[in-house]
Ligand binder design. Structure first.
Ligand SMILES: Cc1cc2nc3c(=O)[nH]c(=O)nc-3n(C[C@H](O)[C@H](O)[C@H](O)COP(=O)(O)OP(=O)(O)OC[C@H]3O[C@@H](n4cnc5c(N)ncnc54)[C@H](O)[C@@H]3O)c2cc1C
Length: 233
């Protein structure tokens, strides 16, 4: 029997699930590439680390019983069926599973000022490191924080609700007048927007123009038509 080598790139939920499903096949040898220095974890649970009592070790992903390379993918040569890893290794493959996930869309440099970026007060909520940074910041203040949440999706909405329930003063900013209308349809999205407006300060239909360092943290400037509104968080 000819054994095929399947190389799985990325040890998140998708990569570990693919490797685990393929592992029992007798005609397949599986190698999983897990990013250098990263202990694989379930990304959807980082919220519990940022805002809840979840310790980072609780969200670790169990690794499947396959060969695991702790390395970072630098390039894929599809013609040669070979992957270049940061360590200099070049494993060959018969089949490749790319499960390297997504990346957050960060604020551009003309919106996020250098000092604000360096302040440690502006973060995405995507990685375990982001979650730990947010947790350290919120607990380190020792008082309710003023937090601007920027985004119109489920994660932003859930984050705003959680922070509000924890006693923080939240401003939820979204470009859309009715966030989520494409995903949920108008009746549900309008209901959610109204629920948010009762609990947190909403700035829907607004664009973030600048984030600048300020005495007490950072200050955001929104496009409110003529003039602009400023929020300190
Ligand atoms: C804050 C937050 C909350 C969420 N909540 C939910 C939820 O409640 N329910 C839900 O269903 N979904 C939720 N999601 C979405 C869910 O987390 C993703 O759909 C899921 O993580 C996708 O899994 P994945 O394995 O494709 O990608 P990822 O989990 O991103 O895993 C990709 C892996 O590939 C690695 N990688 C990337 N580049 C390289 C490289 N060059 N070399 C080697 N490794 C690399 C990464 O380090 C990572 O380990 C949430 C996401 C976020 C950010």
């Amino acid at each position: 029997m000819t054994t095929k080598h399947v190389l799985v790139l990325g040890a998140g939920a998708a990569g570990t699930a693919a490797a685990r499903a393929l592992a029992p096949s007798e005609d397949v040898r599986v190698t999983l590439v897990a990013r250098t220095g990263e202990i694989p974890y379930t990304r959807m649970l980082v919220k519990g680390v940022a805002f809840g009592p979840t310790p980072p070790e609780m969200i670790r992903l169990p690794l499947p019983d396959v060969e695991v390379l702790a390395d970072t993918v630098a390039e894929v040569d599809a013609a040669a069926r070979r992957v270049g890893l940061a360590s200099g290794a070049h494993p060959d493959y018969d089949a490749l599973v790319v499960a390297t996930g997504s990346a957050p869309r960060m604020l551009s440099a003309d919106v996020l000022g250098e000092e604000a970026a360096a302040s440690g007060r502006v973060s995405a909520l995507h990685s375990l490191e982001d979650a730990q940074q947010i947790r350290a910041l919120l607990t380190g203040l020792g008082r309710p924080a003023r937090v601007a949440v920027h985004g119109g999706g489920i994660i932003a909405a859930e984050t705003a609700s959680t922070l509000h329930a924890d006693g923080h003063d939240v401003v939820l900013v979204a470009r859309s007048e009715v966030p989520g209308v494409a995903a949920f349809g108008a009746p549900v999205a309008e209901h959610l927007a109204a629920e948010h407006a009762e609990r947190v300060t909403t700035r829907f239909g607004r664009t973030l123009q600048h984030v600048d360092a300020a005495d007490a943290g950072v200050e955001t400037t929104l496009d409110d038509g003529p003039g602009s509104s400023r929020t300190c968080c």
